[in-house]
Design a protein around this ligand. Structure first.
Ligand code: ADP
Ligand code: MG
Ligand code: MG
Length: 878
């Protein structure tokens, strides 16, 4: 078995297509090396090793060690150095790298191979003793922390004290002798903590680091991250062992990160940060404030420290050339890590860059328009769910505002919430129904849960590529990073800034697009959906074959959905219209009526109100089809239950409280979800459905006459279990239509009971359309009450019985089978039968893909999901 894949020196055994085996980092290092880019040589231990390791009691395959030796020889040959050699030592980094980038895994160990002897060799070779000792103290800190479990605070405290004693402010003031002293203290600290010495043998160090990477695959943070992101444990991680290059060799050395385009806005300009005389981790950790990559961004940010373009112009040019080559090769925006060692550029990582939704749209449009990618590819590049970020409000530019702090615009979007200082508090407050803004000095992978919970994140330290910034952009959460004037006092639960004090629980507004934080609430405005958004939506509309409708009944929702491009209404829930105070009284009168005649009298009062409701909808939708569902919920939902309410309602509608109470009790059901609801109401009280049908058809005629449009009424009957219910109710509707003298309407049914799906052939006889009500169909197929499932579904997900909540993502195996059966049988009987879906799933991309494959005509979703569904439908069609 090949466990080890080598790269470097202009060729590689792996390539970018081998991400599953080599992890993302390893596959792209191999690819870059093959492209002839300057990549320090190295090798990758495959994810198969990880799998093997966990399948075999945390041991390794027998033939792996020889392959590691061969890998080391490969690096030694290309670098001319020898691992563990006191005079000419090879140092390596040990880097974890799963298929998908995964915070929570082991951090990288740099400078591995250093010990008391090789550090002298390194000093000799480089002619720089201070550099060698700086590297050694970094190595001891990292290795002790991530491999041996001695917390890095231990070492930071020692360093702080040493600086304090010497009167230094920065690490850069530390001399070689100072570092030598610190190293002695570090080693003593390790001995104190663990009762053994810091390992001196290079091979033992390497083994320890490799063990730690594979071990970290199962640590708690990694497990939580995988659960949140649907990453299977079986994937495993790879380990990369790579020759060190040194960004800490003085003022012609540097380290940095860059994006080939701006990851916040998508603008086509280089974007990045670097630090002179530093090693990789320093940029991300926010230890010093990094400098900008280009002169242009230095000027736009008003920075004084020279950009890389100005400070190291030749290397900058090499880097810019690499950007061009990488973008041309990968045909997408890249996120890059590099190091400059004494004026020579080295590439340490590339990957497809994470970006905001806005940037994703802009980059996709720009690349499609310049011909780098096709419009289909452009559509596939945008995550439909991420569009949600763009559909929401931003700060009203005219609103008055009280600025308290400013930092970097690390992740766009605006948010309002209460200040909290820890991730645990953030989570707890959100659980209690609050909206929170997480304010921290900086964030680390331990904060993921708090960052998820928060509306926005503010950090006092760190740049645009700090942990907080990168993670927030990935989650679409607004973030302001590096708001340096903020002084946080965790113990007191407050921060101060420019002489003001903000306490835990105080409301602030964050604008991630400008990097500003305001006291109190700032008012917001609705987004403008033009430009790149409109272009991508236009391409999506051309590419998709599924229609997209909306579930809406209030004129405001209908209007919003139309603005988002809804092509019709897939579900108008008429009962929502009864809950308004003026109609509720009539409706209750109707429920309390003790004869059909009395019922008809009450219904006659509701008719004009309903007609107005439907007319309003038809006016907005013009000639787009509107599926209107007749009354669905059980009647007792409309009656009061608490004694005090009963008395008040009884008085207001003029019946004795006792009568109301006994009727409410009569209507009570043990299992309302499976009780007297849906078409069963229409069977018991046909006059209700007749009134609704009349209101719909009269409204349709009215609006047609008034506006000259052709409103399309589709009357939908809920919860049928077979053809006879539908036949009987349809006869009633047709009679009403004849009475009014109209014929331009259709009648269909929801398929939301397994029996209805199975009897779809017979039902189709009487239906012009089916709409799959997948919320109820999921409940009834699983025999699972949606209102109670919350208590145990998490156990099911954890136990691996379900991998997703079936109310969010359609259960394609079971519920999906029923949909398929109903589609085949329904269309078998009536080939032109129109089919749609109107459950929550109508706005879920994976479910939309299923609808496409099954051959439905449309999906219907809530108004804010409409753009998401349009794009998802296009992706499903491509
Ligand atoms: P992460 O996945 O957390 O980014 P990496 O393995 O990419 O971890 O490494 C962390 C930092 O160390 C990065 O800045 C990277 O560029 C730097 N680094 C990794 N390997 C080397 C190396 N061989 N020489 C110099 N710097 C390195
Ligand atoms: Mg990295
Ligand atoms: Mg239903």
């Amino acid at each position: 078995n090949q466990w080890v894949y080598k790269f470097g020196g202009g060729s590689s055994e792996g390539d970018t297509s081998m991400k599953n085996l080599l992890g993302g980092k390893g596959a792209n290092l191999a690819e870059m090396a093959s492209l002839g880019l300057p990549v320090p040589p190295g090798f990758t231990l495959t994810t198969d090793v990880c799998t093997w390791y966990y399948d075999h009691d945390e041991t390794y395959p027998d033939d792996m060690n020889d392959q590691i030796e061969t890998g080391l020889s490969h690096i030694e040959a290309l670098t001319g150095k020898t691992f563990g050699d006191p005079t000419n030592p090879l140092l390596v980094s040990v880097r974890s790298g799963a298929r998908a980038s995964m915070p929570g895994m082991m951090d990288t160990v740099l400078n591995l191979g250093l010990n008391d002897e090789t550090v002298a060799g390194l000093a000799e070779l480089s002619g720089d003793r201070r550099f060698a000792l700086d590297s050694y103290r970094r190595f001891i800190t990292m290795y002790s922390d991530v491999v041996m479990g001695v917390h890095h605070h231990t070492f930071e405290d020692i360093l702080e004290d040493a600086k304090l004693d010497a009167g230094y402010r920065n690490d850069t003031e530390m001399t070689a002798d100072d570092w030598a002293g610190v190293i002695e203290q570090y080693k003593a600290a390790v001995r104190d903590a663990l009762g053994r010495d810091f390992p001196q043998d290079a091979r033992e160090q390497l083994q320890g680091a490799v063990d730690a990477v594979f071990g970290s695959w199962m640590n708690e943070r990694a497990v939580v991250y995988r659960r949140l992101n649907d990453i299977p444990a079986a994937w495993g991680t790879a380990v990369n062992v790579q020759a060190m290059v040194f960004g800490n060799m003085g003022d012609t050395s540097a380290t940095g990160v860059a994006f080939t385009r701006d990851p916040s806005t998508g603008e086509n300009r280089y974007y990045g940060e670097f630090l002179i005389n530093a090693q990789g981790e320093d940029v991300v950790a926010g230890i010093r404030t990094p400098q900008t990559l280009t002169r242009e961004s230095r000027l736009s940010m008003g920075e004084d420290a020279p950009s890389m373009e100005e400070a190291l112009p030749e290397v900058y040019q090499q880097l810019a050339d690499v950007f061009v080559r990488l973008e041309a090769h990968y045909r997408d925006m890249q996120d890059i890590e590099f190091t400059v060692e004494r004026g020579k550029l080295w590439m340490l990582q590339t990957r497809t860059g994470k970006r905001t939704a806005r940037a994703a749209l802009k980059i996709a449009v720009d690349m499609a328009e310049d011909g780098s990618i096709s419009t289909d590819e452009a559509l596939m590049r945008v995550d439909p769910l991420s569009l949600d970020q763009l559909l929401h409000p931003t700060l009203d530019p005219d609103a008055s505002r009280d600025i308290i702090a400013s930092g970097l615009p690390a992740s766009p979007g605006a948010a309002i919430g209460e200040v909290v200082f820890t991730s645990d508090d953030a989570e707890a407050m959100v659980r209690a129904g609050h909206k929170v803004i997480l304010v921290r000095v900086e964030t680390s992978p331990e904060d993921i849960h708090g960052m998820h919970a928060a509306e926005a994140i503010v950090t006092a330290r760190g740049g645009m590529t700090s942990h907080a910034a990168v993670v927030a952009r990935g989650m679409g959460t607004p973030c302001v990073s590096g708001a340096g004037d903020i002084k946080i006092d965790y113990a007191a639960g407050q921060f101060t800034c420019a002489g003001r004090t903000i306490k835990q629980g105080d409301i602030v507004t964050v604008d991630g697009a400008t990097g500003q934080v305001f006291a109190g609430e700032v008012s917001m405005i609705q987004p403008e959906l033009s430009g790149d958004f409109a272009k991508v939506m236009g391409w999506a509309d051309a590419a998709r074959t599924l229609q997209v409708r909306t579930n809406a009944e209030t004129p405001l929702d209908v209007e919003t959905a139309k603005g988002f491009g809804a092509e019709g209404i897939g579900l108008c829930r008429t009962e929502h219209m009864f809950f308004e105070a003026d109609r509720l009284a009539h409706f209750r009168e109707m429920i309390l009526a003790d004869s059909e005649e009395a019922r008809r009298e009450a219904l006659a009062k509701i008719l004009p109100v309903q007609r107005d409701d439907f007319a309003a909808i038809f006016r907005v939708m013009e000639d787009r089809p509107c599926t209107i569902r007749l009354l669905d919920p059980p009647l007792h939902e409309f009656l009061p239950h608490a004694e005090a309410d009963i008395a008040a309602v009884a008085e207001s509608i003029g019946v004795p409280a006792s009568e109301l109470m006994s009727r409410a009790r009569e209507l009570e059901e043990t299992n309302p979800m499976l009780g007297h609801r849906g078409c069963r109401l229409g069977i018991s009280y046909p006059e209700i459905y007749e009134m609704q049908a009349r209101a719909i058809l009269e409204a349709q005629a009215l609006v047609a006459k008034e506006t000259g449009t052709t409103p399309v009424a589709e009357i939908m009957i809920p919860l049928v279990s077979g053809e006879i219910e539908l036949r009987l109710l349809r006869e009633r509707i047709d009679a009403v239509a004849r009475d009014i003298g109209v014929s331009d309407y259709t009648v269909g049914t929801m398929i939301e009971l397994p029996r209805a799906a199975l009897r779809a052939g017979a039902i189709a006889e009487f239906a012009d359309f089916f709409s799959f009500g997948t919320n109820d169909l999921t409940q009834t197929t699983f025999g699972l009450s949606r209102d109670d499932a919350g208590k145990f579904l998490p156990d099911y997900v954890r136990a691996g019985i379900m991998d997703k909540d079936p109310f969010v993502t359609l259960d394609q195996d079971g519920v999906g089978d029923l949909i398929q059966i109903a589609t085949e049988r329904g269309r078998g009987r009536k080939s032109g039968l129109k089919l749609g879906i109107c459950g929550e799933h109508g706005g879920d991309p994976a479910s939309i893909d299923f609808c496409q494959r099954t051959g439905l005509d449309y999906v219907s979703c809530s108004p804010y999901r409409v753009p998401i569904a349009r794009l998802a439908a296009a992706q499903a069609a491509i």
